[in-house]
Design a protein around this ligand. Structure first.
Ligand code: HEM
Length: 508
């Protein structure tokens, strides 16, 4: 019996000792011989990714808030994971996120979205260029200007709903309304059809829950990339029981693939107006790039990026304007002078000429941050430089939009909503244009694909609703819009009920 049991005990013992020795050797390597070992930072962060896990998963999207503490302690450049550096220096943005350098993204980060099939998660810069090249023309100013009639139609639906809220005195959750609006718009542009979320009672149906679920869960899938394939292989009903929002996401992904497959099979290759995915399928992208699963992921990335970011910027703008009567009054004076007829359809390009509206939008987008997690860049073949530091080629290095937009030297009283800071070509303390530090859409080859669409939506919605309606906040304060968690996109406190208002007046 004794000699029979010995081999079965010996193997686990050898494996355990082997694993311990491996971990000790890895720890010593990371702390003393790793190419980043001489960079400042907490030893625990250099030792293992569990440091990041603690702040992101256990403390629910907290690393972005912790980074300024690390910089206060260790200086402007800090090793934040075994392989990664973070810089806090707003002037470094232009160098790191340079339009002219060939930069990759960090492949590890693709795990956050569970796929490297979308432009957003494509690490290699050449493959990214190929994929993005097909999409770019569709998102130019000219293309978006042509898409205005559809945006106007959706704004009319939004206004019709607001009128009903006024009639029956119901409470309106603006964040839900804007999610439904932005989701319908981007969906129509991508596929030529949409789910009509704007028509759902109380805007209950939208992509909001599904996209927030994937963003929040992204901290877990980033640490454990194997979780995504497991979830994908589970029966639908089980996922629904475990996490209904995540289930909704899987259903959506399958639906996007179904819609794209239908477009691929349709006889009409060039319908009028053309949609993003008709264009991609007609393009000369290699066939492997037109694989249904890849395009489903791409659609998911574009719809995700195009819905919550825009909806959140609209929500912030609305909250601050309603909460600051003097700011609202100044905007309304400008709108009334420019738009004598409150129900006249508005033109995005003309609205862009209104200085105070433009300043309000810029300030709302600044405070909405766009993406709140760090977004590293890698120079594959030449070292980055930061002051006296040489950063080895291949190292992921990042800044964070939140740090730049909260830099008090650039944006004094940075948490306040002050549109005036954008008027009359402002300069910073060092004489630079303030625009240089406005990085909500990114600035390099990976910058926002949908910036023109986002602007068209922001200008047209805000001008229309604040020319026509008067709102009153309902049980909502600044804590409902202040970022309390970084779920890759900003999230307010978890028990927020949203930005809720009463519609108290209509100018017809
Ligand atoms: C206020 C609204 C928006 C903000 C603040 C915003 C912000 C951003 C930022 C910061 C990035 C770059 C992230 C990085 O460095 O990796 C980005 C990328 C992206 N955005 Fe937006 N976005 C907005 C609206 C939209 C809209 C309406 C679309 C719809 C098409 C969109 C689609 C994308 C896509 C596809 C990418 C990935 C681009 C690439 O990797 O080449 N975004 N966005």
């Amino acid at each position: 019996m004794d000699h029979l049991s010995r081999p079965s005990l010996a193997l686990p013992l050898i494996l355990s000792i082997g694993s311990c020795l491996y971990l000790i050797a890895l720890g010593i390597y990371r702390l003393y011989w790793h190419p980043l070992a001489h960079f400042p930072g907490p030893k625990l962060a250099g030792l293992s990714r569990w440091y990041e896990f603690y702040y992101e998963v256990v403390r629910k999207g907290n690393l972005t808030f912790h980074l300024p503490d690390l910089h206060r302690k260790y200086g402007p450049i800090v090793r934040i994971t075994p392989d990664e550096l973070h810089v806090e220096d707003s002037d470094y943005w232009e160098y790191l996120y340079s339009r002219t350098s060939r930069l990759d993204k960090y492949e590890w980060m693709s795990g956050r979205m569970g796929s490297d099939g979308m432009i957003f998660t494509t690490a290699n810069s050449d493959l990214h260029k190929l994929r993005r090249g097909v999409l770019n023309p569709f998102f130019s100013r000219r293309s978006i200007a042509k898409f205005q009639p559809f945006i106007k139609e959706k704004i009319q639906s939004l206004c019709a709903k607001f009128e009903q809220y006024k009639e029956d005195g119901r409470i309106l959750a603006l964040n839900h309304a804007f999610s439904a609006f932005a989701g319908d718009v981007i969906c129509q542009y991508c596929f030529g059809l949409c789910y009509n979320h704007l028509e759902s009672p109380n805007f209950e149906e939208s992509f909001h829950d599904a996209f927030i679920a994937v963003s929040a869960f992204g901290h877990t899938t980033l640490q454990f990339p194997w979780v995504t394939p497991i979830i994908n292989s589970l029966p639908d009903r089980l996922v629904d029981k475990m996490n209904p929002a995540l289930h909704m996401l899987l259903v959506l992904k399958k639906d996007f693939e179904r819609i794209i497959s239908k477009i691929a099979k349709s006889e009409r290759k060039n319908p009028e107006p053309l949609t993003v995915f008709h264009e991609v399928l007609n393009s000369d992208l290699p066939e492997r790039e037109k694989d249904l699963k890849r395009l489903g992921d791409e659609a998911f990335g574009i719809l995700g990026a195009g819905t919550e970011t825009t909806a959140w910027a609209l929500t912030l703008a609305a909250f601050y304007l309603i909460n600051q009567p003097a700011t609202m009054e100044r905007l309304q004076v400008e709108l009334k002078a420019a738009i004598p007829d409150p129900i006249a359809p508005l033109d995005w390009l003309r609205l862009e000429e209104l200085p105070y509206l433009s300043a309000c939008i810029k300030e709302a987008v600044r405070l909405s941050y766009g993406v709140t997690s760090r977004s590293p860049r890698i120079s594959p073949d030449r070292p980055f430089k930061y002051k006296s530091w040489d950063i080895p080629a291949g190292t992921p290095v990042s800044l964070t939009i939140v740090d730049v937009h909260n830099d008090e030297a650039v944006f004094p009283d940075s948490q306040s909503f002050t549109p005036e800071r954008w008027l009359n070509n402002p300069r910073t303390h060092n004489g630079s244009s303030l625009d240089r530090y406005f990085v909500s859409f990114g600035k390099d080859a990976r910058s926002c694909l949908g910036i023109n669409l986002a602007h068209a939506e922001l200008y047209m919605v805000l001008a229309t609703i604040f020319r026509r309606f008067t709102f009153e906040l309902y049980e909502t304060d600044v804590s409902d819009v202040r970022m309390a968690h970084d779920f890759f996109i900003p999230s307010p406190k978890l028990d927020s009920k949203g930005v809720r208002v009463r519609v108290v007046g209509i100018d017809n």
